[in-house]
Write a protein that binds this ligand. Sequence first.
Ligand code: BF8
Ligand code: SF4
Length: 675
Amino acid sequence: MPRFRDSNLKSQPSVVRKERIKDPKNPKRSVDPAALAMLDKAKEQGIITAFDRFAAQQPRCAFGYEGICCRICFQGPCRIKAEEGPGSKGICGASAYTIVARNIVRMMAGGASAHSDHGRHIAHALLHAAEGKTADYGVKDGDKLKRVAEKVGINTEGKSLNELAKEVSLAALEDFGRQTDDPCRWLYSYITNDRKRKFEDCNIVPTSIDRSVVAMLHQTHIGVDADPVNIIFGGLKTSLADYTGMHISTDLSDILFGTPKPTVSEANLGVLKEDKVNVVVHGHNPLLSQTVVDVAREMESEAKSAGAAGIQISGICCTGNEVLMRSGVPLATNFASQELAIMTGAVDVMVVDVQCIMPSIRNVAECFKTKIVTTMDNSKIPGSHHFAFDENHAVESAKGIIRLAIETFKTRKGCACDIPQVKSKVVAGFSLEAILELFAAINSERPIKVLTDAIDSGELAGVALLCGCNNLEAVHDHAHITIAKELAKANVLMVGTGCSAQALAKAGLLDPVSVEEYAGDGLKSFLQRVAEANKDKLTDGLPLMLHMGSCVDNSRAHDLHTLMAEEMGIDVPKVPFVASAPEAMSEKAVSIGAGFVALGVPTHVGTIPPIEGSKLTYGIATQIASDVYGGYFIFETNPEVAAAKLAAALEYRTWKLGIHRNAAAKYETKLCENF
Ligand code: BF8
Ligand code: SF4
């Protein structure tokens, strides 16, 4: 990690392990007023939630927490129990560094699999739509289709949209199973030439998604790789396969459902309506949730005939982000508080697809009228309703789900609900295309220059991506909100995704009025200038953070980073761009974070992943990564200190770039490439 002006700021956490979790036995650990109201209700009614189960799991096993428990073969679990002697290694002789490295890269493989399988599902839907095999989907954004085709090197001339969609989806599917040694096409179409050289030099270029995951599981089988650097580099290859899968998901979802544009909506449990049929979509895959949203609009009259005032759809987790971004559907809540939405008693159906769905939602639903509907072959919860979802029966399944919700409403009608009257206005929908269109109102030739000029002039301190999960280990939403407020004060332009964006949405930070209260003078003038130039499109102004979408849409943020690098004439690790996952928890977060680091981004994580058990592996993540890739991890559990570290990382890059630019001007040379 580079040295910062304040030498107290390091990549290691400022908080000792024992003090990291505030009040761990207290189940009321949230700053969201709606969640707190529901936690009171849960206590009164004796309903157990994730907040209680977190307390019950304390104290956690130190071996697992530090990553030095190995369960890769069943001679174990082996734990590293001593500094030396037989207890200092696993039964096979694996050292702490091997065990920690193997565990963490297997998490990357899990994350890459989840994102990419989602992308594959969408690629199949696009292919079948293009071949006329499903009537339920089709190309909605032909311009995006052409842009993506051109970007990945497919000739668009003289081809119909369906011909092109077929070629693009087949090219995407090839990235999953290519058997030659050519690189993943989606990765190589979007990154800089300098990054390609770097990845080739380090031998971490994935040739296909499936192959890199299989190779990773092989490499970490008992008795294969013991070298932590080689294992971690194998993990980085998998994380770049994850990037590939995320980019395919984003691109093909935009083609099928439209590229997001700024939209006004609301967030938090107050969006549920007692007198309406409430359908909550939860999970990640827009194939289903977008169809539910579209079908619900056509079924309003059926709901009204059942005595409801209409149908209210709202979202949780990333599927919620997908339908917010494209259709303005309100957000109910984020990951940690998913059970609490059911506690309102107002949810008729919670329909789930894949990832981040707590199996406990069914137990909570049993206490109310709520029905849980699972939809995917690979994601079922015992005791729930299952509507098998596939591209050929999407509309039919969505209609069945809405009808079940209407029937449930009939039995719920007249029962008391407890909907906390808490919600905030949200302006979201900032795809990269939407952001560039806003900038184009100021500079139509080179829109991205509006942003890089603001950094060069010192108006903005840089760009930060706020992303990632909730983790019950943290006080729900607190770190997301605190870091956002601190970075806003420091004039950092923020973009966001995932549950992080949802935390800010619920807290009112995606309401443009929050700019006046929290933004520093530079950020305020930048946002106001861009909003003023786009008065016709942005009737409500710009919010403090630009919501770019779901977790796969971190690919949009990577593209913004790459465009900035190209405009500034430098490679990505020199751009004042940082990322933060203040409350990360999932395997996907591990693979995204590792990908960010390989792409040269200082990446803060506010909840410590299980790698502290090996100083060597920890050093690879924080120090060696920086030396090789320019990106590195910053671990910090205190959000105020984390914000200071992120601001310092930006300042360091701006300072260094300034020095090299001055030197280049003084000596009339080109900008040095290797600083
Ligand atoms: O993919 S942020 S808790 S919902 S894993 Fe899950 Fe984490 Fe939320 Fe979205 Ni991303
Ligand atoms: Fe133990 Fe080695 Fe088996 Fe891991 S792989 S459980 S360290 S014997």
